[in-house]
Design a protein around this ligand. Structure first.
Ligand code: ZN
Length: 355
């Protein structure tokens, strides 16, 4: 078995020579295909899936944190009111869908008669911390499963294209980055959201051999973070994803690849009626696995019984082999299913008729 594998690896130098030779004697016959398939064959279509981790953090400058002794909320409030005993407003869900929290029935008079207050009274056992003297914040890692479809075209060393990513985005707990023993962790009011990303990309080939290609590329585009992120309150610019693609050709038309990448994205959540906003950062690391196909330039050979294994000509028109499967490499040397003549394959060494 090992010997067979060895035998199937073609000589790279030989490949290069044939490529060059092929370029020289181009082309005194027409493609059997039409202009439409020729156009489509310029494009490569890909699909990939993978795993990612998104690192949430934010800037709470201008805010204080209010943590009531009873209950489990973590609220923010306008730092300007830090010295008051009753805060005019506090906000929760300030990661994705900020809401004012108020209108409570709270016993404040000596007879413990519930009255509706116009603000949030802060009790001595509650925690109220401003951000002027200490850098307040929380961190969390979300787990992501992205699925991407894309189309691209190679022009010399460059690759351009576009695509769409659907991403399952699973939230986890936010932990305080300061005052870790005092501030509590919290969760968002949702656990899973579906992100959609629409992107264009540009890449440059940094290495190319007969079977491998490595491309540094940059995706950039817009993100829809799904229904749990309030679109009326959120604004965000482009996101950027810088990746390194390592491609392996399994045939001229079929490739597999791996693409590790780092991503930068952020958004601003406006806190209504406060004139304040929170900047949330969502950088991420990904690794994706995928496959690409290209459509044949040439139509399949229509001649019954034709066993030619490489691109060939009938009636001054070029066709591709009908016995060669699309997922297998067609050696440009001699077009075999196997880069080595099959009579040299070990398992065929005693056969007289190889076909
Ligand atoms: Zn033929």
């Amino acid at each position: 078995m090992a010997q067979d594998d060895q035998a199937e690896k073609p000589d790279v130098q030989q490949q290069e020579n044939v490529k060059r030779a092929g370029k020289k004697n181009k082309k005194n016959y027409k493609s059997g295909g039409n202009i439409f398939t020729a156009f489509l064959s310029q494009f490569t279509y890909g699909v990939s899936f993978g795993y990612g981790a998104t690192f949430y953090s934010h800037n709470l400058k201008g805010f204080g944190i209010y943590q009531p002794a009873n209950g489990n909320g973590v609220f923010i409030f306008d730092q300007a009111f830090i010295d008051r005993d009753t805060l005019p407003s506090v906000y929760n869900n300030w990661v994705n869908n900020v809401q004012e929290f108020g209108g409570l029935l709270i016993p404040v008079d000596s007879l413990s008669t519930p009255i509706i207050t116009n603000g949030i009274p802060i009790f001595p056992e509650d925690l109220k911390i401003g951000s002027d003297s200490i850098k307040l914040g929380y961190k969390s890692i979300a787990h992501n499963i992205p699925v991407t479809v894309m189309v691209s075209i190679d022009v010399d060393r460059y690759r351009i294209g576009g695509g769409v990513t659907m991403e399952l985005h699973k939230m986890s707990q936010f932990h305080p980055t300061a005052l870790k023993n005092t501030l509590r962790s919290f969760r968002t009011d949702f656990s899973i959201s579906f992100f959609k990303k629409y992107f264009g990309f540009i890449g440059i080939t940094t290495y190319e051999s007969w079977q491998y290609k490595m491309i540094a590329d940059l995706q950039f585009g817009k993100i829809n973070r799904g229904k749990h992120f309030n679109k009326d309150l959120i604004s965000s610019g482009l996101y950027f994803n810088f990746g390194y693609t390592v491609e392996k050709s399994l045939s001229e038309y079929f490739k597999v690849f791996i693409r590790p990448s780092v991503e930068w994205k952020a958004y601003t959540l406006t806190v209504p009626e406060s004139g304040l906003s929170v900047n949330h950062r969502q950088p991420a690391l990904y690794v994706q696995f995928g496959a690409t196909i290209r459509i044949h330039v040439l139509p399949r050979c229509p001649v019954p019984g034709c066993r030619i294994q490489m691109n060939h000509v009938h009636d001054s028109k070029e066709y591709r082999s009908k016995v060669h499967p699309i997922w297998k490499w067609q050696n440009p040397n001699y077009g075999q299913n196997y880069p080595q003549f099959i009579k040299y394959k070990r398992k065929n060494r005693r056969k007289l008729n190889l076909y």
